[in-house]
Design a protein around this ligand. Sequence first.
Ligand SMILES: Nc1nc2c(ncn2[C@@H]2O[C@H](COP(=O)(O)OP(=O)(O)OP(=O)(O)O)[C@@H](O)[C@H]2O)c(=O)[nH]1
Ligand SMILES: [Zn+2]
Length: 349
Amino acid sequence: MSQNYSLSQMGWSSFFQQQISLEQWEHSTLGRVIECHRSHIEIMTEQSISHSLPVNSRMPDLTVGDWLLMSSENQFEVRLERFSLFERKSAGSKVALQLIAANVNTVFIVCSLNNNFNLNRIERYLALARQAEVEPVVVLTKLDCCIEPQDYVKQVQSLDPMLVVEAVNALETKSVKVLRPWCAQGQTVAFLGSSGVGKSTLVNTLLNQNRQETASSREEDSRGRHTTTKRSLHFMAEGGLLIDTPGMRELQLTDCEKGIEDTFSEIYELAVLCQFSNCQHQSEPGCAVLAAIDSGKLELRRLINYGKLLAEQSRNATSLAETRSKERSLGRFYRSVQAESKQRKNKLM
Ligand SMILES: Nc1nc2c(ncn2[C@@H]2O[C@H](COP(=O)(O)OP(=O)(O)OP(=O)(O)O)[C@@H](O)[C@H]2O)c(=O)[nH]1
Ligand SMILES: [Zn+2]
């Protein structure tokens, strides 16, 4: 990338504009985070395609896609409110939640039209997208290898009549053009999907260059990590921005109740009609959810997956709460040790 970009090309919109004062608009520099590292972050501004900012303790948590205000001396000032945010539980016990990507307009939920096709998995990604408040678009890849793609499209559509579903051959630029409405200037997209479904292939085609390595050519580095696992934000051929971060590939359902509720809204609507307010929809009398299954209005698969996803998110949320509580009690312990040592010192003086 050699040219500079305007704010609107970088995804600036009235949502961000209304958060800043005239004075800030005139005197501060606006930047969007394109990469996050432990010690510094990379930002793009109208003046520079990549500007490095050291991370310090006064900064809030930042992630790829965030918008920042910097002083004329290039010092961090403010992080602007996000309109969407993907986050996940971090692997280690120290940091509870890890930010993955912010200010994403559309997430492409990628699934291939072969034996990897799985409605449960799509529902899981839908819950993640809705929790993050990002518009989902289901992209079914490997169209060129599928005889009856419309059957699959219908199955996905049955999850939600408002859901947008597109089938593509991810290897072909012409086929991927159906995704154009979400990839135009000022739009930011990200990807969710399991391994091998064609995310990297789709990314390559949308970027119109072979920046990403696909499975056939991918190598692992000395720590066994894939070479593509670098957080970043890129411009697509259509003018929009594409976020491809390693964390998105390992997203779990944590504190995802709202996302699950949005994804399975008809179950929530039925549950209100159950005889018992705490109905578990298993064998209780007067259960409206089970009645809907009996009458064929609700698919049993969907109820089972809903239960599984709720259990997964509650398991993850509990362990998070436990981690937080352990950290708090450890903090109390440190403070009491410090206080005691201070008292001892005072006595000696
Ligand atoms: N014929 C055909 N092959 C495809 C298509 N999309 C992806 N592939 C192939 O499927 C294989 C896996 O694609 P990738 O793009 O590496 O899959 P991925 O989702 O990025 O996988 P991870 O990086 O492991 O998450 C590669 O060999 C691609 O060439 C498609 O639409 N049609
Ligand atoms: Zn019930």
